[in-house]
Design a protein around this ligand. Structure first.
Ligand code: GLN
Length: 485
């Protein structure tokens, strides 16, 4: 066998029937990952993975092992891993080795999952194409002249190219859902406060959430069950049970009301092929028994403006700590200020600098009320609008991104065009809601994603709708040609 099983469930059955050992599965994943024709990986953790695999085999032999035991996975390199360098895609963290693992990593460790390595990303997760990585762009396995989306592009590709069975990403404005859509896999951002951010390099703290990429909705739910749940180290977390996330997977959508927000189809730059695939997906859901209802989210347009005030403001505060004293390389100057200047000048890439400047400006005396406070007020209005819509419908169904994977280089000189790629995903972060992207067909031979959004803490319903769609179509089974060959 030289391909991974199709899903965590399938792999779990092979492992339990002793048709394959966790060590064999891990060696296969490592071999495929090392091949790395897409530059998806920043580092492999061979020794660590092999020892985790041996421990998983022992656990599987003794019976009662968790579903994730022995399953190889990939970790976005913005999530801290004890003893394994963590760069956040930036030169400024080169050589940094975290003294502890993020809670999410500890939880997967505890269930016996096997971490194969750390994946490439936009620097500090700032980007929609992975071209902002200090370690070179990631290529899309469906067409190598295309971006994989971002910022969690490496994690999306590791799953799409069949190198691991799931991956973790972070989603601040779309960084899991958008690359999932562009790479033809399932990607999910949980409700804010569901997953611990402890040990994850902070980007914009009121928006960041960790979530999974996988091949199926069920697999994503399995990983969420491991990730969810209160962590005393993250005070923003809610205490809700997570062990029943798969309960409604088979219930179907009959009797559910699905909202179709008008504004999510009428944006500049929306590709007709994307709109066509998504409209077809809506018909599928209708045939499955859902009731579709057009709704209005009139503030959608303002999401981008709000996000590009709040996010850089929070980032500029979070990234102040990279001063050459506490982490990473230092470029000495005449005095301390000059040392800061040189270290940060050389350590950060252009997109990070752009956001530091934007954020510092928005927070500065005289502008704080005009920009930051105003943006927070509009943020509340956006959330209230979602609240009103969710009084009428069970879930929203929308495109994940207005375009398919674009050419590497096509938008690097036009930050605004790049930012527009996230118009459908970032209002969801602004409002703290859960969202998932599932493959819903192709346009120009490239994958299109359908986004499902529910009200906060309704992940079970989110998975129910997404799984009903997945069952009714074969799109999630499609694989890029070279990978399938
Ligand atoms: N593309 C968005 C940005 O550049 C979102 C990134 C993210 O979700 N991490 O900020």
């Amino acid at each position: 066998m030289n391909e991974l099983p199709r899903s965590i469930r399938e792999a779990g059955e092979l492992l339990r029937k002793r048709q394959m050992s966790a060590l064999e599965l891990t060696e296969l994943a490592l071999a495929r990952a090392h091949d790395d024709r897409y530059n998806a990986w920043l580092r492999w953790s061979d020794e660590h993975a092999l020892s985790q695999a041996r421990a998983a085999d022992a656990r599987l032999r003794s019976g009662g092992a968790p579903l994730l035991c022995g399953i190889p996975w990939a970790c976005k390199d913005i999530i801290g891993t004890k003893g394994i360098p963590t760069t956040a895609g930036s030169r400024i963290l080169e050589g940094y080795v975290p003294p502890y693992s993020a809670t999410v990593v500890e939880r997967l460790d505890a269930r016996g999952a096997v971490m194969v390595g750390k994946t490439n990303l936009d620097e500090f997760a700032m980007g929609s194409s992975n071209e902002n990585s200090a370690f070179g762009p990631v290529k899309n396995p469906w067409r190598e002249d295309r971006v994989p989306g971002g910022s969690s592009g490496g994690s999306a590709v590791a799953v799409a190219a069949g190198e691991v069975l799931f991956a973790l990403g972070t989603d601040t404005g779309g960084s899991i859902r958008q690359p999932a859509a562009l790479c033809g896999v399932v990607g999910m951002k949980p409700t804010y406060g569901r997953v611990s951010r402890w040990g994850v390099v902070a980007f914009a703290s009121s928006l960041d959430q960790v979530g999974p990429f996988a091949n199926t909705v069920e697999d994503v739910a399995i990983v969420c069950e491991a990730l969810f749940g209160k962590d005393p180290n993250d005070a923003t977390m809610v205490d809700l049970p997570a062990d029943d996330l798969r309960r409604d997977l088979d219930k179907g959508v009959r009797g559910l009301k699905l909202g179709v927000p008008r504004e999510y189809f009428a944006v500049a730059g929306m590709e007709p092929g994307v709109e066509g695939a998504v409209r077809e997906a809506l018909q599928v859901l209708e045939r499955e028994g859902a009731k579709l209802e057009e709704v209005s989210l009139s503030l959608t347009d303002h999401g981008l403006a709000v996000y590009y005030i709040i996010q850089p403001a929070e980032a500029s505060a979070n990234l102040a700590r990279y001063d050459g004293v506490r982490y990473g390389p230092r470029v000495e100057g005449r005095d301390l200020v000059e040392t800061y200047r040189r270290t940060r000048g050389q350590g950060f890439g252009p997109e990070v600098k752009r956001r530091m400047i934007l954020g510092t400006y928005a927070l500065s005396a005289g502008y704080y009320d005009a920009y930051y406070v105003k943006a927070q007020k509009v943020r509340t209005l956006i959330k209230l609008e979602y609240d009103r819509v969710f009084e009428k419908v069970d879930a929203l169904v929308t495109p994940t991104s207005p375009t398919v994977a674009f050419k590497i280089g096509a938008k690097v000189d036009d930050p605004l065009a790049m930012y527009l790629n996230d118009v459908f995903t970032l209002p969801v972060n602004i409002s703290g809601l859960p969202g998932i992207s599932v493959p819903c067909g192709f346009s120009e031979g490239l994958p299109v994603g359908l986004q499902v959004v529910t009200n906060s803490y309704q992940e079970r319903k989110l998975f129910r709708v997404a799984a009903a769609y997945e069952r009714a179509t074969p799109h999630h089974l499609a694989r890029p040609a070279k990978v399938a060959a």
